[in-house]
Write a protein of this length. Structure first.
Length: 214
């Protein structure tokens, strides 16, 4: 888990502070794809609004972590990543729950319990606080292999490219089998998601209180 450090002078943060006032806030999950993390951290969630959502144009959040991850499948990333080559990411966001334009929708979650969906129409009503990173494949492509590829002349030695590609595809297949064979416990997901949101909300409020007192 990574905490997002906000620039207090950024326009996103200033708009958030102006909108928040004395309103109450809540924490929820947002299905953030790996390739969108840079924009999400620097620009907020504005670029990822749904135009034709069931409640209109806005940002849709959920309290169901398992359902959130289902809509953000694992993606292959940089071969030299020290974390892994296949990652799944979810953003934990804080939003102004008491704003009249924010809607709360009760639905049945994937394990049969009641989950909450939230509709946030404007970017100034929401702030990304944490990024959850789930590693689906801890394998790494050897550094020597990548350096070897970068130094070779593609036109003169095509067979080496084919060998590298074959090795990479074999690694992908083995990783896919590992991911497919893993199973999830629905009850554990449900309990863990609720505890996580409560813990993060508490820690965030505690950090704000300490900052104000100092």
């Amino acid at each position: 888990m990574f905490k997002i450090v906000v620039n207090n002078l950024s326009s996103n943060h200033l708009q958030w502070q102006a909108s928040k006032g004395n309103h109450s806030t809540k924490f929820a999950f947002y299905a953030a794809k790996v390739e969108h993390l840079h924009s999400l951290i620097h620009l907020g969630l504005y670029p990822f609004r749904k135009v034709a959502g069931p409640e209109g144009t806005g940002i849709y959040l959920t309290s169901d972590l398992k359902a959130c991850m289902a809509s953000s499948p694992p993606n292959w990333v940089w071969g030299k990543s020290v974390i892994g080559t296949q990652l799944q990411t979810v953003a934990v966001v804080e939003f102004i729950a008491s704003d009249p334009s924010v809607k709360e929708i009760h639905e049945k979650c994937s394990s049969g319990c009641e989950s909450r969906q939230y509709f946030v129409p404007a970017n100034n009503l929401i702030q990304a606080r944490y990024i959850l990173v789930f590693v689906r494949d801890t394998h790494q492509i050897p550094l020597e292999t990548l350096e070897f590829l970068s130094k070779q002349n593609e036109a003169k030695i095509p067979w080496r490219r084919i060998l590298l590609l074959g090795s990479y595809l074999a690694l992908c297949f083995l990783s896919w089998k590992t991911v497919r064979s893993s199973s999830y416990n629905a009850n554990i997901w449900e309990i863990t998601a609720r505890q996580l949101l409560r813990k993060l909300a508490f820690n965030h409020e505690l950090a704000n209180s300490v900052a104000l007192n100092t």
